[in-house]
Design a protein around this ligand. Structure first.
Ligand code: BT5
Length: 324
């Protein structure tokens, strides 16, 4: 029964506000008009805005603000990414679920979405604040046929996709801070975490975690983040439709990861550098064992940051926290 209710939601979303008659729906689903009416009532209780016009039928005026498979799937035009959606209302971390699904053989392009993470994580076991229903907390499982050395570049490729999606949906102009931050006016709006499952045969799965702050107000962030974090809604002054943003994100991720897998990093490097706030600036790179200050001259074909220190030496930085 809930299956029919979900299908009905999908059908009405796909009709894009055009009315569909009760009789037609009854025929399509092979049930009575009364049954359709009951499912419509159920959808209204779930938060769908549904109106009806006499003789024409039911149409949708709004959908609930959730990231479940029905809501995201309707209007998604990707080939692989998001064709399998694993949705939970709350979880410790979507990365954990994605790792498990990957081990169980979930297909290339599977995504995990949640409304709230209770133990969202960043790099080096740092915490990722993931307020309920305010952001996109998503992990993507990819199974590219590439050598493990190519894995770190996926963080950069994902960053390009995130920037393009934010631009498209909000008109904001984000910048990328090497390697994994998307900034808006110098504050962090998004973090990316790429993890790897590999064995002697190579990469089994890449798990790309994306944490994107969407509709938080400043007070929704814990105090220690209020000076360094921001959300799309803070920056644009409007609430942003998370469903639309997830779809845009998946489209761009598919385009740019395919481009990378098929043609290499060349074109993506150019795109990445055009969005970068790091290149050309004097920065401090804080690493596990040392801290280097110098001018960030660019990234290599492998995504390694090239830092020139005052003594003229060029250093390749593989992993660090950058301060500007
Ligand atoms: C990151 O780490 O930026 C990667 C974050 C990845 C989060 C996604 S959400 C979906 C998936 N599931 C997970 O459990 N994780 C991924 P890093 O560069 O280490 O930055 C972490 C630092 O960012 C923290 O130490 C804070 O200073 C700051 N931070 C924490 N939460 C934030 C937020 N919501 N917005 C902006 N900054 C935040």
């Amino acid at each position: 029964n809930t299956a029919i209710t979900n299908k009905l939601a999908e059908r009405l979303i796909k009709a894009q506000g055009e009315p569909v008659s009760g009789q037609q729906l009854a025929d399509e689903f092979g049930v009575s008009r009364t049954a359709i009416w009951k499912h419509i009532k159920e959808l209204a209780e779930q938060g769908y805005g549904i109106e009806s016009i006499k003789k024409k039928g039911y149409y949708l005026t709004s959908a609930p603000d959730t990231l479940d498979a029905t809501a995201i799937g309707a209007g998604l035009h990707t080939k692989k990414l998001g064709q399998t959606i694993h949705y939970v209302e709350s979880c410790p971390s979507t990365q954990i679920i994605a790792h498990q699904l990957a081990q169980e053989g979930t297909p290339d392009g599977t995504i995990v979405l949640t409304e709230e993470q209770t133990a969202g994580r960043g790099r080096l076991a740092r915490k990722w604040d993931s307020a309920a229903k305010k952001g996109i907390w998503m992990s993507v499982v990819l199974r590219p046929d590439v050598v493990p050395q190519k894995a770190p570049q996926f963080t950069l490729v994902a960053a390009v996709a995130v920037v393009r999606a934010i631009e498209e949906v909000t008109g904001l102009k984000p910048e990328i801070k090497w390697p994994n931050d998307i900034l808006i006016k110098g504050k962090k709006s998004t973090g990316i975490l790429t993890e790897l499952q590999s064995d002697a045969d190579g990469i089994q799965a890449l798990i790309i975690g994306i944490g994107l702050n969407v509709n938080q107000s400043l007070q929704d962030f814990p105090e220690e983040l209020q000076d360094i974090a921001t959300s799309l809604s803070i920056e644009s002054g409007k609430l942003v439709n998370r469903q639309e943003l997830v779809r845009a994100l998946l489209s761009h991720l598919e385009i740019y990861t395919d481009l990378y897998i098929e043609t290499g990093f060349g074109m993506l490097k150019i795109l990445w550098e055009s969005y970068s706030s790091t290149i050309g600036k004097t920065v401090r790179a804080r690493m596990a064992k040392e801290t280097l200050t110098g001018i960030a001259e660019g990234i290599t074909e492998d995504g390694v940051l090239q830092l020139r220190t005052a003594d003229g030496k060029l250093h390749g930085i593989y992993s660090a926290d950058i301060e500007m």
